[in-house]
Design a binder for this molecule. Sequence first.
Ligand code: GDP
Length: 311
Amino acid sequence: MSYLEGKKILVTGATGFVGRNLVRELRNRGLGLLIPRREDYDLMVQGEVRRMFRELEPEVVFHLAGMVGGILANKERPAEFFYNNILLNTMVIHEAYLSGVEKLITLIGGCSYPAGALSPISEDQLFNGYPQPESAPYSLAKAMSVVQAQAYRKQYGFNAIVLVPGNLYGPYDNFDLESSHVIPALIRKFHEARKKGLKEVTVWGSGKPVRDFIYVEDACKVIVRAAEIYNEPDIINVSSGKGISIAELVDLVAEVVGFDGEIVWDRSKPDGQMIKIFDVKRMKAKLGEFNFVSLKEGLEKTYQWYLENLD
Ligand code: GDP
């Protein structure tokens, strides 16, 4: 029997990208969920965070709420990304502990790793250096939840675990071209170009960077299994562990969407980190094997979702 069966489970950030997928995964398993609404509890106010835990009395918390944004938003509003995230996480974890929550599961982004982290990026590199400067205020605020979880486990025996997903994509992703990640951007650009009969599509950078993508529904399966069986202080990467260059990705998305025109590389746009692949040895050792979809299948499912929901 799963540890989660019969538990009172609360999900913060349930309307976000990971949140919506995780809620679906948990409900598919027949689990009932407590989903607090923003109007009912403002997680930026300590008294309301406390009241939420007192009124809802969860035993297990999936904490996904936070202020998220693309690289541009992070560049323009670094103070807000820092303040909102560090405050919200600190209060949610603290009040969860105080209210007697049994287990808390939270996530930080791969961007919390040092900018100079060597791929495959192993978990022990987290505090070896400063993250990409543009998003460091966000990334470091998030990384503090690792410090907090470990400190609370050590002093209070509080069971909080932190997972680090790689580059996520899939249903409910952000498809806004200014602030999205590469996969939703490519899906949208190729789809619109095909519909309008355009001969070329412009994509960013040189095509040389390498990334490690994980389909969000697969990531949610890993998150749920960690919630069921993992109770240790060490963070765990959640990704495919496989790299693909942006140029290859562009070809694959074009094929899935059915765009056969020209690709124009806009080299005035940033490449970002050249190579980012996650070490997934710990994930396999601690959580077991998973049957992830291939990148092509994941892209097909995502495009299908896009057609049904956003076109
Ligand atoms: P990150 O670099 O891992 O934080 O994630 P992104 O998904 O934002 O970008 C990954 C790579 O895709 C970068 O090298 C981008 O330059 C490249 N890329 C190519 N076209 C696009 C695009 O239209 N949008 C985004 N966001 N990235 C793109």
